[in-house]
Design a binder for this molecule. Structure first.
Ligand code: UD1
Ligand code: CA
Length: 453
């Protein structure tokens, strides 16, 4: 069976009180709309059409691999579907409809749901969920025999209907031809003056078609996000799920409540994550590492046996066996070679640090190619910027850089060179030589005695 999906994402999301379109808010580091698209694709959808309107340009720029259709005015979910009529003229069979604000939908749930729709031979099926608090959702009204009667929006519901805890999850399967012909008949005679998609179900039912309802096993997976409170709740559900997946895969997380790991992150076996740690973007961490406490890694590539604490590292690579922190800032374009020791207030930007080198305290290394076995003394700095342009510093293998050295780029310190503490190096240092670039010390003897006179 070929599955095509229509995703509604044109609404403004008024209740979010945000300048950003609602569907671009993130859960687990990924936009809500992308979550929904990924779940659909994973469930076997071969084509996704996304209805956009509010903040359309931003949405289009943030999402790829789908078709977009404009809903110029947001007149309700039924109207949103109708604006995609042309996109489905050639389609036959089933269309899956999803909302861009239900980020926790899983591929498994969508697969079970569409399979139920096909097997039951319904013309329309709605996904329902039993919520502990149904506020804000459309309520599922069932006939006395348990079959679906209709869906009533919260704003149109009477007191009795409001007590119902079974809700419309905003996920539907329709026979595509029958959907679009029934949509023409949907009116907007309701408290919001909107064209409601759920009304299609009643229209089809009155026409004698078979409609059905499928209840999700885990209501959490159908959470709809209309406000920031709900966004925070969904994020929490997502975080716990991701942490549990990693725990099950052999990663130790000391405190899952204070560990925040994004959707695409991968972590190897027997790595330990300590509290207050954020692992973001497409970060990949190897095996047997100890990460945290208080580490933030964003889009990092991290090898095996790395230990890192109290540090922020982004868009960089850390090779096997590195000891990092406390208080390291690794900035984009940096590669820290195998078994490097780096910590105690060190910043590295757009640089390569060779195997086994040591940057143990208070360094700034920027735009530098450093060899292996280098020892960088405390307080040393690469002066990579002259106020207009950036220049590179080259440091060979087994170089010894004394404390408080300034390396004024562009400059090349060759293999085996030594630099005396406190030097300001402005000229290249040849292989195996000693460079001293500081004022000579002068001792004025018995000076203190003279001063007293
Ligand atoms: C909708 C359902 C409700 C269900 C809930 C599930 C309707 C009338 N109500 O309510 O029964 O319980 O979802 O989460 O369908 N959208 C458009 N164009 C529009 C209006 C909305 O594209 O003109 C999009 C929104 O961007 C959103 C989705 O449709 O992604 C749902 O709209 P929203 O306003 O959030 O509907 P709810 O009030 O949550
Ligand atoms: Ca909603």
């Amino acid at each position: 069976m070929r599955l095509e999906t229509l995703i509604l994402a044109a609404g403004k999301g008024t209740r979010m009180k945000s300048k950003l379109p609602k569907v671009l808010h993130r859960v687990g580091g990924k936009t809500m709309l992308q979550h929904v698209i990924d779940a659909a694709k994973k469930a076997g959808s071969e084509r996704e059409v996304v209805v956009i309107g509010s903040g359309a340009k931003l949405v289009e720029e943030s999402i790829s691999g789908v078709e977009f259709v404009m809903q110029e005015e947001q007149l309700g979910t039924g109207h949103a579907v109708l604006s995609a009529k042309k996109n489905f003229e050639q389609s036959e069979g089933t269309v899956l409809i999803l909302c861009g604000d239900t980020p926790l939908l899983t591929a498994k749930l969508l697969k079970d749901f569409t399979a139920f729709h096909e097997e039951s031979k319904c013309v329309a099926t709605v996904l329902t969920a039993k919520m502990p608090d149904a506020t804000g959702y459309g309520r599922i009204i069932r006939e006395s025999d348990g079959s679906l009667e209709k869906i009533v929006e919260e704003k149109d519901a009477n007191e009795l209907e409001k007590k119902i805890l079974e809700v419309n999850a905003g996920v539907y399967c329709f026979d595509v031809k029958k959907l679009f012909s029934a949509l023409e008949k949907v009116g907007n005679d309701n408290s919001q003056g909107e064209y409601y998609l759920p009304d299609v179900l009643t229209i089809l039912k009155s026409a004698g078609e078979k409609i059905g309802a499928f209840t999700a096993q885990y209501a959490d997976e159908t959470l709809g996000i209309n406000s920031r409170v709900q966004l925070a709740a969904a994020d929490k559900v997502f975080r716990m799920k991701k942490n549990h997946e990693l725990l099950d895969a052999g990663v130790t997380i000391i405190d899952p409540n204070t560990t925040f790991i994004d959707y695409d992150v991968q972590i190897g076996q027997d790595t330990i994550i300590y509290p207050n740690t954020y692992i973001e973007g497409n970060t990949v961490i190897g095996e047997d590492c100890a990460i945290g406490p208080d580490v933030r890694f964003t889009n990092m590539k991290v090898g095996n046996r790395v230990t890192a604490q109290f540090s922020y590292c982004h868009e960089a690579e850390i090779c096997d066996g590195v000891t990092l922190g406390p208080y390291v800032h690794l900035r984009p374009g940096t590669t820290i070679g195998e078994n490097v020791k780096i910590g105690n207030f060190v910043e590295v930007k757009n640089s390569t640090i060779g195997e086994g080198s040591k940057l143990p305290h208070l360094q700034y290394i920027g735009d530098t190619d450093m060899g292996s076995g280098v020892n960088v003394g405390c307080g040393s700095v690469t002066c990579n910027y002259d106020g207009k342009q950036k220049f590179r510093t080259k440091i060979g293998d087994n170089v010894f850089i004394g404390c408080n050295t300034n390396l004024v780029a562009p400059v090349n310190v060759e293999d085996g060179a030594y630099i005396a503490a406190g030097s300001t190096i402005t000229k290249d240092v040849p292989k195996d030589s000693l460079a001293i670039g500081r004022a000579r010390q002068t001792n004025i003897e018995v000076w203190n005695d003279k001063r007293k006179v």
